[in-house]
Design a protein around this ligand. Sequence first.
Ligand code: NBP
Length: 478
Amino acid sequence: GTAQIGVTGLAVMGRNLARNFARNGFTVAVHNRTAAKTRALVEEFGEEGTFVAAESPEDFVAALERPRRLVIMVKAGEATDAVIQEFAPLLEKGDVIIDGGNAHFEDTRRRERELRERGIHFVGVGISGGEEGALHGPSIMPGGSAESYESLGPLLERIAAKAPDGTPCVTHVGPDGAGHFVKMVHNGIEYADMQLIAEAYHLLRTVAGYSPEKIAETFRDWNTGRLDSYLIEITAEVLAHVDAATGKPFVDVVEDEAEQKGTGRWTVQIALDLGVPVSGIAEAVFARSLSGHAELREAARSLTGPAANPLGEKEAAAFAAQVEQALYASKIVSYTQGFHQVQAGSQNYDWDVDPGAVAAIWRAGCIIRAAFLDRIRAAYDAQPELPSLLSDKRFGDEIGAAQDDWRAVIVAAARQGVPVPGFSAALAYYDALRAERLPAALTQGQRDFFGAHTYRRTDREGSFHTLWGGDRSEVSTG
Ligand code: NBP
């Protein structure tokens, strides 16, 4: 075969990815279960590059140069397993199967293990950027063996998004499921970012009394500063959009029940297992699920809240500036939590993920792309063993400077009855981390009282139990 790469699964993502490879000069074998899609791709976009259309799995495999590189872009889950079962018997030792779908990293670990036994490299690749990204340059997060990356890396570097400094947004994240894990955390952070932006909007609308158009303007302004990001940019677009049918702001005619596909939920489920406090991401997932409980919300609508008390024009502008501080500070906390999860996953699964390299490949192509990520990269580059992003001097100083406004915004939200679970959870995390003493000592006392769970002391090594039901003397338990 002559094709350097093959793509099977030609729905929106696979088709655009195949075109991206072809536009970058690679010969691309294309295949889809329903062959009509393969023919349609070549008919419509054939002149963009060199495609080899394959009708059968056998033709597809035969079209690939060796070692073969074969990208699967089908629906995540059973379809991926079915396609692997179909193609693996046709492959040889040293060939590489790439799964670019949104697989759960545990599935990727299992598939990698099974295929490794047969001498086939299996590379789970997180791809972010939606259909536009797939075509023009996504952020790419490959796992799998280092050896497979040697053969695959140069191709991925060509099709990946380029950061402002020209670096391709792709790196070998780590072995087996590391790429899909990091993609999962990316999506968790995306949920948190979106929730924080939504809270800022809600406050500006309710407390500052701004119109959606005025809020769009405010976001456009923020987008020229430290909050510069794709999500702030598109938020301004959505808020400025007017519904053609009614002439109302678009945001006022959309049903206020947020949906989700599951990667945010996975992030939180895994965080619970790993013991990582990703409270901001969790609040974002819960906020979406709360919004969807229409009946609960209907039944609660008559509950008492505070009297509405919107600010005057001058106060509103000052408040908007405080909201920017609260949003930025909360964003630092979300990323702190997300990177903690990346590092916890890396440790737990022995992946040796470089957090600075992860920040670097999120600078362009993906949904959370932002100027901010360059600074996270710089923080980890300067100090690879940074215990937490909050311990970076620059982020620490910034959050310290923002904290008064951050607190004021949360107070105003509570006074006016605006839910800000993201802002509040972020502040609680910040205050808890920096606390000299936490009431966890009391929690330990309670656990020892009812369950003899023992505790450690501040002044001596070992573990201890107090005879709560007896004379309350202390015994050493080890
Ligand atoms: P879909 O997730 O909608 O999957 C459709 C493709 O899967 C079609 O090519 C279909 O073939 C194929 N397929 C199915 Br369904 N079952 C199959 C089976 N048993 N055997 C062989 N092929 C099968 O496509 P997509 O939206 O392009 O997404 C592809 C992957 O990329 C997914 O895992 C998705 O989660 C991930 N992803 C999507 C985005 C995004 O923005 N959409 C972003 C990042 C990642 P057919 O034509 O014969 O039905």
